[in-house]
Structures are given as C-alpha cells and as structure tokens.
Design a binder for this molecule. Structure first.
Ligand SMILES: [Zn+2]
Length: 354
C-alpha cells in the first residue's frame, strides 16, 4: 500500500512516500481504507522523536483519519465492510482502574494512533474496533478526517474539565491551531464570550469572522493587561492553554478570581515562568487534560451533528505531498487543519469514496 512514513527520526526531509505492507486486522481490530487523514502537532513530535516514547521504525504517522471499513478481524461485531468511519485516535486497555471508571484517556497504557502504533497516513490503517466511530454524515471526507483529535481534546478541556457554561468568558491563545479553533467553535456554541490571540493580523481577522468577540495581537500588547482592561479588571473565567512556556504567565494574569486554566499541551516548551502567588491569591484552578474518554467522544460527536460544527481546513494536499504538509505545520503559518487526501477523497459528503 502507499504510505507516508519515516525510517529515521528527523525533520520533514526524513519523510518518504512509498510502499509499505498492508496490515492485517487481528482479533478485535478493523482495517480501514483511509480516504483522508489530517496532521496534528503530535505528528511533528513523533517524527522528531519523543524521549521515553520509542516507536518501531519504519513508522507511519497520523492520528486522525476517515475512511471505510475494509476488513474485520476475528470477533468484531457491529461493523460491516463499507461502513463509513472516523478514527477516535485513543488506544486504551479497557481493563485498568481508570478504564473501568470510564476515563479511557487516563488509561495506564493509554496510547494514540500514529504515535504508539502505525497511523492513518497510508491507504490502510489497522485499529481496535472500539477506536472507530461513525462518520458524521454532514462532513466531507477531508472534514471528517480533520475533527477527531482536536474536537475531542477541546471538548474535554472546555466541557468536562473546565465545565464552561453560557455567559462565561474564555481566552484562547494562538488561534489558528486545530485545538484552538475547535475550542473557539465549541465555546461560541455554548454561549461564551471568546478572546483569542495571535501574532498574525490575518489570523485574527479570520477568527473574528468565525465569531471571536475580542482579538489580541500578542506582539503589540501585553495580553494579561489587555484582557484585564477589556473585562473591567476582572479577567476571564477560562483560559485554554496549548502553548505553554510562551503564554503561561499571561494565562495566570488573564484568569479571573476563581478562574480555570486548562492545559492540554506546551508547543512552545514545558517549563514556564510560574507565579504561585497569583494561583493562590486569585484561587485559580489549573486543570490538566489529555485527549478524551469514550463519553467525551460521544458527547462531542453529538454536538458536531446537532450544532453543525465543522473543522476549519487550512489546506488539502495529496499524500504524495506529505512532506510539504509536515513542513507547513513546522512553519506555523496554517489556519486550521492540514489534510492529506489519501484516496482522491475530496468527494462531497455522503458520497462513497472510490
Ligand atoms: Zn486502561
């Protein structure tokens, strides 16, 4: 099968488009014929090599994908070849204390498709049958391939962890990234007032068009001070943190008394300057969040259907241009998700791919 893979860790020049053996589904697994897949920051980290997370080489990346069920492994029920599905990119054991509680993303052996096992940047991907879900009917193949990881992550951050409610204020750093845009879409539908930041006037204008209430250029203002000024010194109820070192202090300064800072990542670095006095004096809650549980997935996909949520697509490139896709992620110029069209998949929603 055609695949985008790497034999050695490195930058996007290490990527190869070529033939890899087609996987065969084992017990409880399904083989999905991939129509489209999308990139996440995670794919860059896996390409570069994560300390403590050894991957078997050669490796195929890609946590997010959508396609049709091609083959069922032994004992799989509830799916038929031809069913249109998306990957729920989590991998969990189903047996540990946390899985038993319904907290799959806390599983002691939690993994992610495309990180711990081969992913969706190929014509076929093999995943546990519990890690596929019905494709939202309204979404095109590229959209279906682009919402899973980011909407799941943003849903758990805002709804499950921060318990956002209508009328609250939310600050989202670095609008343009997949999780940030998913958080903007969800927060607006919940009825929150949303502040976003970027260094790009164009990204801020696009975020405004998507419903952002306040847009802040962090290169020309002190975000914490500006948020205070815009909220009558109060601050925001919830801060969505995906950036880490570069934004942590402004998150602390932007949070209202009793505010919640929810973090799912640290793309600019994991060891920020900290100010513990702000945490205790303002009684700020700092909440960690990773991916999402099955219950989070179900609630999120119901919202995608009922609220007609859609991921913002930056670009759709053929699998052959996978290196360019990764490179675009390196530059940070993207606004929305970078999608790989694996099987000439840009067909309208509801239409089966070739
Ligand atoms: Zn488990």
């Amino acid at each position: 099968m055609r695949a985008l893979y790497f034999e050695n860790h490195g930058d996007p020049s290490a990527l190869i488009v070529g033939e890899r053996p087609r996987p065969s589904p084992g017990k409880g697994e399904v083989l999905v014929r991939v129509h489209a897949a999308s990139l996440n920051h995670l794919d860059l980290f896996v390409l570069r090599g994560l300390p403590g997370v050894p991957v078997e080489l050669p490796h195929i990346g890609g946590a997010d994908g959508a396609g049709t069920v091609a083959e069922l492994g032994h004992g799989v029920e509830g799916w038929q070849p031809g069913d249109e599905v998306v990957l729920n990119p989590g991998l969990w054991c189903g047996r540990c204390e946390f899985c038993a509680r319904g907290e799959e993303s806390m599983c002691v052996s939690y993994g992610i498709v495309g990180e711990h096992v081969n992913g969706a940047f190929a014509e076929y991907v093999k995943v546990p049958a519990v890690s596929v879900a019905p494709k939202p009917p309204r979404l095109s193949w590229p959209e279906a391939a682009a919402f899973g990881l980011t909407f799941l992550t943003a849903w758990r951050m805002l709804m499950t962890r921060a318990r956002l409610v209508s009328g609250e204020t939310v600050l989202i750093h670095g609008i343009g990234g997949g999780v940030a845009l998913a958080a903007l879409a969800i927060a607006k539908r919940v009825g929150a007032s949303v502040f976003v930041t970027s260094s790009s006037a164009e990204k801020l204008a696009r975020a405004k068009a998507l419903g952002a209430d306040q847009v802040l250029d962090y290169t020309s203002c002190d975000v914490g001070r500006e948020v205070r000024a815009l909220t009558g010194k109060r601050g925001v109820d919830v801060v969505v943190e995906t950036v880490g070192a570069a934004t942590w202090m402004s998150s602390l300064r932007s949070a209202a008394k009793g505010g919640r800072i929810v973090t799912c990542g640290a793309t600019s670095g994991p060891n920020p300057t900290e100010e513990i006095r702000l945490v205790f004096w303002n009684q700020i809650s700092i909440l960690g969040s990773t991916m999402g549980s099955l219950a989070d997935w179900r609630a999120m996909s119901r919202a995608v259907d009922e609220w007609d949520l859609r991921p913002v697509l930056d670009s759709v490139l053929p699998l052959e241009r996978g290196r360019d896709a990764y490179q675009r992620m390196v530059t940070g110029d993207q606004f929305g998700k970078i999608v790989l069209d694996v099987a000439g998949a840009s067909s309208p929603p509801g239409q089966k791919g070739s």
